[in-house]
Design a protein around this ligand. Structure first.
Ligand SMILES: O=c1ccn([C@@H]2O[C@H](COP(=O)(O)O)[C@@H](O)[C@H]2O)c(=O)[nH]1
Length: 227
């Protein structure tokens, strides 16, 4: 299991300060909407300048018509990131078109599909998708698997079932991890590292419990020791 640290701080300087503090660790870094919209490609280059071995997950959750998603995926190829994601609810045709367009590249990034956002509880989710989280996450994961993607974003609670109905090598990446009982904030389906391990999760994503702590490097160190 790998640790992926979310770089969601209010300024580029604060994000880079965090990256400096944790630059010695074998971890992934996640660049999401806030940071990428604000700081763009240059931010990705700044991260690599601090440690070229950092792997970067660009968490933009593409959701559009198939051709637009595939065009965006090709643009992402030019950024040199190691992983990006799309929304499974964009449908199989869109996911297939993305994967089809990336076929010509030798070293494409890992492509994941978002199933059920970890901020949803059952009631909220049912209002949007008219299904239970478990049911729909399985279905979205199956769609993504059959479309040739490498894995999904889900909560730790859906991971084992998704592996079971797809393949053990089909990756699960789980945000909403609260390693030491930290505040859940807007997350609803939170789990700790031990639970994620028991559910065969490949990547855990941790943001606020690290970047809001007084000693982010110590929290990273403690998480890595518990993996
Ligand atoms: O279902 C999802 C998909 C993405 N995220 C992102 O992960 C991090 C989690 O941050 P925390 O501070 O540890 O809660 C954040 O960047 C989200 O945009 C998610 O939480 N859930």
């Amino acid at each position: 299991m790998q640790l992926c640290v979310a770089l969601d701080l209010p300024t580029k300087e604060e994000n880079l300060d965090l990256v400096h503090k944790i630059k010695e660790y074998d971890i992934w870094l996640k660049v999401g909407l806030r940071s990428y919209i604000r700081d763009g490609e240059e931010f990705l280059r700044d991260i690599k300048k601090i440690n070229p071995d950092f792997k970067i997950f660009l968490d933009l959750k593409l959701y559009d018509i198939p051709n637009t998603m595939a065009d965006a995926a090709e643009s992402i190829m030019g950024l040199g990131v190691d992983m990006f994601n799309v929304h499974a609810s964009a449908g199989k045709r869109a996911m297939q078109e993305v994967m089809d367009r990336l076929k010509k590249y030798e070293n494409r990034p890992i492509v994941l599909a978002v199933t059920a956002l970890t901020s949803f509880n059952e009631d909220e989710f049912a209002k949007v998708y008219e299904a239970s989280i478990a049911q729909k996450a399985d279905q979205f994961a199956k769609d993504a698997y059959e479309s040739g993607l490498d894995g999904v974003v889900c909560s730790a609670y859906e991971s084992a079932s998704i592996k079971n109905i797809t393949n053990k090598d089909f990756m699960t990446l789980t945000p909403g991890i609260r390693p030491f009982g930290e505040d859940a904030g807007d997350q609803q389906r939170v789990a700790d590292v031990a639970y994620a391990k028991s559910a065969y999760v490949d990547f855990i994503v941790v943001g606020r419990p690290i970047y809001k702590s007084d000693d982010p490097a110590l929290v990273v160190e403690k998480i890595l020791q518990s993996l």
